[in-house]
Ligand binder design. Structure first.
Ligand SMILES: [Zn+2]
Ligand SMILES: [Zn+2]
Length: 363
């Protein structure tokens, strides 16, 4: 079996090549990808900020249709519509036992090595191993994954919108509903209104926030956030003024959807005494955070973090789909520009340029 895929041989450039796929094994399925979102994680690798083996196929947020089943794949059948999970974890380690498959030890090791959970990639180019981004490698026509990584999707959510559910929505909504778990009537600050940030805004609205202030340098992203439930939005330079208007003591919950040390510090800075700051985005490799201990010992703030929505995606996805069906969770307006596979490189450039909405590749 072969597939076309967008391959990164060195950071900063993707080229489409035809790759060989290993023979389908029991418990695996082939997904014909319909749409793949460009996530911040992919951009870190693309910019060379993370040390990943090459050549590698990036992409881990996607939706498609099952094209073949390798036997022993549970209830999955050819023709089923699915959303990819990038955390089909070991099921046995401490993180897995507390329903955090995305924090699974063996999975993290596999992601670092550019392989699937079992240590293989199942992908090659002229006999040379091709690695997989985030244990997935979704930027391809066909992706072979463990059956557990193909999560069933209902018929009434279009596949391009469903792609967003696979990472941005699970991560952003889960950061609020599962990691922060606020009581209704809270105030929130959301730093960064990219793909994940827009879902943090929606999660905060769904959880009953009375104030949601969004800070982002891109005007179009701020406007989008205001349409999705943010009550205020400002550029980074105007944050102090906006916070003084909202509440000079700070917000109950601050979410850093960027994940850089500077934005994490900002989130903690504008969290009120006794409040909680949640780091949602991921930093460049080697980044460190220096903090004033008085924020904790004197002001009793909590700084915490979340990965992949702090829940097993197989449990969280059906709940998100219910929210989509009830109209509480908006997807359609969050779909940004889409590019065919042979223009995947342009898709990454568009995402880096701050296009509002999730930039999609449609293989
Ligand atoms: Zn992602
Ligand atoms: Zn595990």
């Amino acid at each position: 079996m072969k597939t076309l895929a967008a391959v990164m041989h060195e950071p900063g450039r993707l080229v489409v090549e035809e790759l060989d796929l290993d023979e389908l094994q029991p418990g695996e399925v082939v997904v014909r990808m319909s749409a793949v979102g460009v996530c911040g994680t992919d951009l870190h690798s693309y910019k060379g900020e993370w040390n990943r083996p090459t050549p590698i196929v990036l992409g881990h947020e996607g939706a498609g249709v099952i094209e073949a089943v390798g036997g022993d794949a549970g209830a999955l059948r050819e023709g089923d519509r699915v959303v990819l999970s990038w955390a089909p974890a070991c099921g046995e380690c401490g993180a897995c036992r507390r329903s955090r498959p995305a924090a699974c030890g063996p999975l993290r090791s596999a992601i670092g090595k550019g392989t699937l959970l079992g240590g293989q990639t199942g992908l090659s180019l002229a006999g040379e191993t091709v690695y997989r981004g985030t244990a997935t490698g979704a930027l391809a026509e066909r992706v072979v994954v463990a059956a557990g990584a193909a999560m069933p999707l209902v018929d009434d959510v279009p596949l391009d919108q469903a792609a967003l559910l696979g990472c941005a929505a699970l991560t952003g909504v889960g950061a609020v509903l599962n990691a922060a778990r606020p009581e209704p009537g809270f105030s929130a600050l959301v730093i960064g209104a990219g793909g994940v940030g827009q879902f943090v805004v929606q999660g905060a609205r769904i959880a009953g926030a009375t104030e949601i202030l969004v800070v982002d340098p891109v005007e179009a992203r701020r406007a989008q956030a205001l349409g999705l439930g943010a009550t205020r939005a400002c550029a980074p330079d105007d944050l102090r003024e906006a916070m003084e208007e909202l509440d000079p003591e700070g917000v109950d919950y601050a979410f850093d959807a960027v994940g850089a040390p500077a934005t994490s510090k900002l989130a903690l800075r504008w969290t009120r005494g006794g409040g909680t700051a949640v780091v949602v985005g991921l930093p460049a490799a080697g980044a460190t955070l220096d903090l004033d201990p008085f924020e904790f010992s004197n002001r009793e703030k909590t700084l915490t973090g979340t990965i992949y929505g702090s829940e097993d995606p197989a449990v969280a996805l059906p709940k998100l789909i219910d929210l989509v069906r009830s109209g509480a969770l908006e997807l359609a307006s969050l779909v940004g520009p889409s590019f065919p596979l042979d223009r995947a490189d342009e898709a990454f450039q568009a995402s880096l340029a701050g296009e509002p909405g999730r930039v999609l590749v449609t293989p």
